[in-house]
Design a protein around this ligand. Structure first.
Ligand SMILES: Cc1cc2nc3c(=O)[nH]c(=O)nc-3n(C[C@H](O)[C@H](O)[C@H](O)COP(=O)(O)O)c2cc1C
Length: 369
């Protein structure tokens, strides 16, 4: 496999195996897409095969910050549709991540201090499987009742139907980073003794039921992905063996891709984050279950991404922060002859032809108009 080989997921073809992972922009206006999102995602859709729009809340209670995107109301669908369109116009497949923040909700955004917004300050009640908080400075969540769990499942399904109506072609369920679905999976957060906690099958029940409900409302022609925290990095936490077991179950339920992240269930983590440190999770899940995987996390550049694909470690590679800093790195690589020139928008071709890889390198070429 090669990074610039197309990838097929159900009836969708990604032009290459590079993706933008979901990254919250904390820039929504009353949970709606703003011009920041249009600019940000359109720019980053130049080059990759897949662009996944940030964690988008399935309910008001599922928000992490007040500035997160929401998808629980038809009032949000116009701007969400426009966002899918601008991504598609640049040749990338538009995807969206559906999220419930669970016990990590009701926070100010990072540049406002990332602190708990208390109820008296306009915050909202946070929920989880059990009354165990994430860390100091976080509220103790209310344990969801069985009725409330059913409602959460419905909210994910309704969100999937809305995402379909908005023209998204890939859906990712956020079941990592300590958010609600992950907190049910992990024994570090889920101490329930009813049918939603206990052994791994009971802890996985919420995610599996969400997948079933979502699959029923999402198109059979379109791919469904799940982001997992493949390990909790805790001795008695969720393990890679657990992720392999769960990936097999998810595959049988109609999930097409597992996006392999890690951590986020409890603080502090003592993890050595080396380049590509999560790639072994994607490799093992892919090899042992046959499901397609995405690797993500500390993947520095296109070259490292290419090596991961060529080694057969994962089917797709997400470049996150690297694409925040350098969104047009694919254009630069095309100018250097390292990736297909077809990925360069026609509007930029002259720059690429005349300047080569480095701006300034072709100073003898007059910038004729
Ligand atoms: C600003 C920012 C926002 C993020 N928001 C999300 C999110 O909404 N959902 C999610 O699953 N991960 C989120 N992440 C994690 C990224 O998707 C990715 O897994 C992580 O940044 C590691 O990849 P990288 O080293 O290529 O950046 C976010 C990361 C950053 C830097």
């Amino acid at each position: 496999m090669h990074l610039f080989e197309p990838m097929r997921l159900r009836s969708v073809t990604l032009r290459n195996r590079l993706g933008l992972p979901p990254m919250s922009q904390y820039s929504a206006d009353e949970h709606r897409v703003t011009s920041w999102h249009l600019t940000h995602y359109a720019t980053r859709a130049i080059g990759p095969g897949l662009v996944v729009v940030e964690a988008t809340a399935v309910s008001p209670q599922g928000l992490v910050t007040p500035q997160d995107l929401g998808i629980w109301d038809d009032a949000f669908t116009g701007p969400l549709t426009r966002l899918a369109d601008v991504i598609r116009e640049q040749g990338a497949v538009p995807g969206i991540q559906l999220s419930h923040g669970g016990r990590k909700g009701s926070r100010t955004r990072p540049w406002d201090g990332d602190r708990w917004i208390r109820p008296e300050e306009g915050g909202w009640e946070v929920v989880g499987p059990s009354a165990i908080r994430f860390a100091d400075g976080y509220p103790v969540p209310k344990a969801l009742t069985e009725r409330e769990i059913d409602r959460v499942i419905d909210q994910f399904a309704e969100a999937a139907a809305r995402a379909l109506a908005c023209g998204y072609e890939f859906l990712e369920l956020h079941a990592g980073h300590g958010r609600l679905l992950h907190s049910f999976l992990s024994p570090a957060a889920n101490r329930r003794t009813d049918g939603w906690g206990g052994d791994i099958a009971a802890r996985s029940r919420l995610l599996v039921e969400v997948v079933r409900a979502v699959r029923a409302r999402w198109s059979d022609d379109l791919p469904l992905g799940v982001r997992l925290s493949c390990v909790d990095w805790l001795e008695d936490g969720w393990s890679l063996d657990d992720s392999v077991w769960l990936s097999r179950v998810l595959r049988a339920e109609g999930v097409d891709l597992v996006d392999c992240s890690s951590g986020g269930i409890l603080r502090p983590l003592s993890v050595e984050r080396k380049p590509g440190y999560q790639v072994p999770f994607a490799r093992r899940i892919r090899q042992e279950t046959g499901i397609a995987t995405a690797s993500v996390g500390m993947i520095r550049d296109l070259w490292q991404a290419g090596e991961i694909i060529e080694a057969g470690d994962s089917d797709l590679v997400f470049l996150g922060r690297s694409m925040l800093v350098e969104p047009l790195q694919i254009v630069r690589a095309a100018a250097q002859g390292m990736v297909p020139k077809s990925l360069v928008p026609l509007q930029y071709r002259r720059a690429v032809d005349q300047l080569g890889g480095t701006a300034g390198a072709g100073e003898d070429v007059p910038p004729e108009l």
